[in-house]
Design a protein around this ligand. Structure first.
Ligand code: NI
Length: 174
């Protein structure tokens, strides 16, 4: 009887300790990186392929992958839009985009944007310009090669309503 009482007491003692230890373990686990990794992975487990695709994109590295001017290359997509890179030099065609606003972001050089009211807006390195839909514009550069990032709906043609020999319809992913 005494033996069973002893074992019983030990057992109760252990059982009482167990939740405390479990709590401590749980708290430490939640503080650890492995928990964050695990919980982040678990919540998106249903979309594991997407998780594998999430990685940073080096813009300058992407610019080094093509030379052709006035030919946008796609580096990403989100919310029905493409993120495109384009190297620009000299003149482009006058055009407008009936339904889409267009974002230009300059990484190297100075982009010049002509408007029909006679203004030319300078977009320097680190600056952006948003051309509202329907507004006619003509990008050009002062002889220098300009590295530009564009942000446009997937269906946007870079030459807008003006389809000419510069128009590229099948954009390459890089
Ligand atoms: Ni445009």
């Amino acid at each position: 009887m005494r033996l069973w009482a002893f074992i019983g007491r030990k057992l109760v003692c252990k059982m009482a300790m167990a939740p405390k230890q479990a709590n401590l373990y749980w708290n430490n686990l939640q503080k650890s990186n492995s928990w964050h990794r695990w919980s982040a992975g678990a919540t998106t487990f249903h979309n594991f392929n997407t998780m594998q695709e999430i990685q940073s994109i080096n813009i300058m590295e992407k610019f080094s992958m093509f030379e052709k001017q006035w030919t946008p290359h796609i580096i990403g997509e989100l919310n029905g839009q493409y993120v495109k890179l384009c190297k620009l030099k000299d003149d482009f065609v006058w055009h407008s985009h009936e339904n889409e606003d267009e974002l230009f972001m300059v990484f190297i050089g100075t982009l010049l944007m002509d408007f029909r009211d006679g203004r030319t807006v300078e977009v320097k390195e680190g600056e952006i310009l948003i051309v509202p839909k329907g507004v006619e514009h003509r990008p050009h550069t002062n002889g220098e090669l300009v590295f530009n990032l564009l942000f446009e709906p997937k269906e946007t043609l870079h030459t807008g309503n003006a389809v000419d020999e510069k128009t590229v319809t099948n954009l390459a992913w890089i």
